[in-house]
Every structure is written in structure tokens, then in C-alpha cells.
Design a protein around this ligand. Sequence first.
Ligand code: NAD
Length: 346
Amino acid sequence: MKNGKFQAAVIGMGEGFRHIEAYKANPEFELVAICDVNMEYCEKRKAEYQLDGIKMYSDYRQVVADPDIDVVSICSPDFYHAEQAIALMGAGKHILCEKPMTLDLQEAADIAEAVRRTGQTFLVAHPTRYTPAFVLAKKMIARGDIGDIFMAETEYAHNYRGMDRAAKPNWRKDARRDPLLGGGCHAVDFLRWAVDDLIDESFAYGTKKGLADWPIDFDSYFCLYKFRKGTIGKVMCSIGLSAPYTMRSVFYGTKGTIVCDNTSSTMQLSSVPFYDSPWDATPFVTIPVEVNNHNIPSQIRLLADVVLRGATNTASVVEGARTVAACAAAIESAHTGKTVKVRNDF
Ligand SMILES: NC(=O)c1ccc[n+]([C@@H]2O[C@H](COP(=O)([O-])OP(=O)(O)OC[C@H]3O[C@@H](n4cnc5c(N)ncnc54)[C@H](O)[C@@H]3O)[C@@H](O)[C@H]2O)c1
């Protein structure tokens, strides 16, 4: 730290812009370096955000070697997260890593091992954990507003066709990036976080019609999850559908139901405890919520709280790894037609 501020760097100048904005706005951080294999993107962000005097690197190993850097946001394509995170933590940097933590179960275990070995703070940037409607849904479930939760469904409905038309190369169109892990991890992570229990096993079906020319096995999934305490979960993930982006999610409890979506400015609650009235007289009420899907400022605040003030890391490497494992189990099930156990020991 310098002058009481974390010296921060951002790797990857696409989504990385949100991290740049967050570091610039938080007085506990000073953004000192940006990195991208394509220096044109660094130059563009430098001009856009008036980052005078910023260090610009074209290789993440320059960030590893820079002794002045304390905190790094990893916003490179998914394939590089594990290699970069492990090397950066080995050099004493704290990490905020974009989702998915990694696309591979062994790499998830390797990152978890590196966190234990180095003692560095690692946060995985699963944004739904900071989405106002989803935060409120989790709070309502935890305090019993809908009784005991027994069924939960989340979704990741995101048409990826448009990404073929983007100016940058489309790294998502890659056989290594299964859509359930790459994008559907948002819905799987939200399901796990909201239900607040370990998943034992998964069964899933996959299909591919919408993105027939993509080098992936499935563009759409229905996944079932069995939680340890008996809740059953369902995740719909499709990157091949033709509809606007949504993450509609429903939580069913013994005394009520919550319906929420990160793209809606309202959510619905039907709750016996809330109304103190009989079950059949409990209508849905509409609750206004802020739409805020990429809350990086909250994530870097959490990072500072964990490192400086001993706060609990609610986005830890174990959380990231368990989400990777829950996705990997469903993907394996869709390929084998068998129920697959979910790994939780990271
Ligand atoms: N939290 C979210 O909702 C959200 C949204 C979008 C993307 N993401 C994640 O953020 C990451 C980046 O996605 P994106 O949409 O910004 O992609 P992008 O293609 O827009 O940007 C990625 C950038 O990384 C650079 N890059 C490529 N290889 C690199 C390497 N080895 N080292 C350093 N830089 C490298 C590219 O030149 C590019 O500028 C991915 O992991 C993605 O899954 C998260």
C-alpha cells in the first residue's frame, strides 16, 4: 500500500472498464496499471478515463513482476483466469477475479490451493450476489419470510448471437467454453447462494438448435440440483434462445413465494408471515427495486473490508469453486445421461 491506499491494476480492457471505474471512485484504492495483450485497448481506456501516468502492460507477467501492485482485477477471457490468479497470488497480490472463476474443475482446485498456500485474499466476481433484487430475495429467505424453502429456480437467458457481430474477436465461441460454465454460472451461483446449502448431485439435459454453428455441444440446458437439506433446484441456461436477456428466479417456501429478476425494477412477494394472514388470502405484493447488474464498487469495498477490517469473504475461492463444480456436474450429466455427484471439498 502507498499513502494508505491499495495500488490496483486491471487485466483485460473489455469488462475491465467497470473495474477501472470502481477503483477510480473508491478513495481506498489507487489505479496504477492496466494490462491487455492488445495495447490499442489499453490506449483506448487510458484516453477514455484520463488515466494520465498509468502504467500499461501487454503481458500479465509484467503485473506479476511489479512490486508496487497490491490488488489485481482479472478481467481477461475465462481461459486465463487460473494461470493469472495463481501467478499473481504467488507474487503477493490480492485478487478480484471475474466469473467464471475458471472453466475447469481441476483448475478450480488449483486456485483454492494457491489461496491457502499464499494466504492472499481472493474474491470471485459473481455479480448476482450484489444485485439489489437478489440481495433482498436472499435476505427474505434467510429471515423466514417465505417459511422453509423447498424449491428454487433460477435462469440465465442470454442470446449470444449478437456477440458474433462485435468488433473484437469473439473468444466465447470456443469449444472450451461450455455455456453453462461460462454464462450459466451466474444462475447456478445465485441458486447456491440464495438457498444457502451444499448441492449433493445434479441431473441435466442439454440441446443445441439456436447456435447450431458454434463449436459447443449444447447451447441450452435444463439442470436439476438436489441440495443436502432437501431443497430441489432448477437452472435454465440458454445462450441460443431468441429473447431479451433475463435471469427470472422463483423461490418457493412453506409460507410464501418470491419472484425476482435482475432486469426488472420490481419483484413479487407472497408471504404469510409478512401479512400475518391465512395462506389463501396472501396475494403477491410488488416491491420496487433498483436495477444494478454489475456492482463492482460493492465488490472492491468487500475486498478492502476483508483485507483491512477482517470482514467475512462472502465471495471466497471456495464459493467460486463450488459453483464451478455444480456447473461441471450438470454438464457431465447432460453428456452421460447419469446423475452426477457435486464436489464441495475445496
Ligand atoms: N460479471 C459479468 O457480468 C461479466 C460480463 C462480461 C464478461 N465477464 C467476464 O469478464 C471476462 C472478460 O470478458 P469481456 O466481456 O470483457 O471480454 P472482451 O473480449 O470484451 O475483453 C477481454 C479483453 O482481454 C484481452 N485479453 C485477451 N487475452 C488476454 C490475456 N491473456 N491477458 C490479458 N488480456 C487479455 C483482450 O484483448 C480483450 O481486450 C470474462 O471472464 C467474462 O466471462 C463478466
